[in-house]
Design a binder for this molecule. Structure first.
Ligand SMILES: Cc1cc2nc3c(=O)[nH]c(=O)nc-3n(C[C@H](O)[C@H](O)[C@H](O)COP(=O)(O)OP(=O)(O)OC[C@H]3O[C@@H](n4cnc5c(N)ncnc54)[C@H](O)[C@@H]3O)c2cc1C
Length: 280
């Protein structure tokens, strides 16, 4: 199918994008890897596409005050090659190769993945596992929203219709930081049936600040808080058992909910091993 007719405008700056988004039915266009497909299938029909690809300064990766800041327009492919991300956000580096295929990663942006908030996507769960933040520019100015407060429901986030996500910010990994990532997909590059992004710190032989964020098991990334506590107490099997309280995945086209919950346990055992390993 072809998309319904729409107008197109190229934003010159973030402020200009916010101004253009004032028109009823306007939508941001970033890498287009999700948006164009929804247009072609007529799942959405915006009146105006506001192209932010030429807005200067949104494609930067910078380390600042113990954090790493990744601009919204950083492409997945650029992030994959980034030494700063490999060092300061190894969880993101592990997750990126699982996103679609190289052609998609060449155009798709980190900001687009977070803003789109597909419940089976890798990066929203990484953002939650790392306890990151999202910078947003809107009609009332700039604001920052914590990852735990950003994802509201299915494809629903803290972004309003006139907001532009400008960057994400993550605590830079320290020597004590540990990351774990695993997903199960029918074919490499497909959206995951179930996935798990995890972060923790080592304190002697123990893990502290364990954060487990599942994807593909609900409308948003889902923290498995009982399992987090069990893992911090050093009991992996208790953590797997705790998933019965943490997760209630609905059936979907990929798998029944009870299968997803079983797979979540399989992934947790794998990720627990990764969290126990020192980074290379
Ligand atoms: C075949 C295929 C397989 C894929 N597999 C995966 C996968 O396994 N895992 C995965 O995570 N993704 C997958 N994707 C999606 C891909 O990662 C997209 O790139 C990503 O979801 C959206 O990024 P984008 O830059 O292309 O955003 P766009 O498609 O341009 O935009 C997506 C949505 O986000 C909004 N948006 C984008 N940027 C901003 C911003 N800065 N501020 C406010 N709103 C914004 C747009 O208005 C739109 O609603 C796949 C896509 C395809 C086509």
């Amino acid at each position: 199918m072809k998309p319904a007719p729409f107008d197109y405008a190229r934003a010159r700056s973030v402020e200009h994008a916010v101004e253009l988004l004032g028109r009823e039915g306007a939508r941001v266009l970033a890498g287009g890897q999700s948006l164009i497909a929804t247009l072609n299938m007529r799942l959405s029909s915006p009146s105006l596409l506001v192209d932010i690809n030429e807005v200067a300064g949104l494609d930067r990766i910078a380390r600042r005050n113990g954090h790493i800041e990744i601009g919204a327009l950083v492409r997945h492919a650029k992030a994959e090659r980034s030494r700063e991300i490999a060092q300061a956000a190894p969880l993101i580096a592990r997750a990126l190769p699982h996103i679609g295929h190289p052609a998609i990663r060449n155009r798709g942006t980190l900001g687009g993945s977070i803003a789109f908030a597909d419940p089976a996507a890798e990066l929203p769960a990484c953002l939650v596992a790392l306890g990151g933040e999202v910078d947003i520019a809107g009609p009332a100015g700039q604001r920052t929203v914590k990852a735990d407060d950003f994802f509201h429901g299915l494809f629903d986030t803290a972004l309003g219709p006139r907001d532009v996500l400008t960057a994400i910010r993550l605590p830079a990994a320290t020597r004590e930081a540990r990351a774990g990532f695993a997903e199960l997909a029918r074919r490499h590059g497909d959206y995951a049936m179930v996935g798990l992004s995890a972060a923790a710190r080592v304190n002697g032989k123990n893990l502290t600040d364990v954060r487990l964020a599942y994807f593909g098991v609900g409308a948003t990334p889902v923290r498995a808080r009982n399992a987090e506590a069990a893992l911090a107490a050093g009991d992996v099997e208790a953590a797997v058992a705790a998933l019965a309280h943490d997760l209630d995945p609905p059936d979907d086209v990929q798998a029944e909910g009870r299968v997803k919950r079983h797979l979540a346990g399989v992934l947790l055992r794998r990720v627990a091993r990764q969290l126990g390993e020192a980074p290379p």
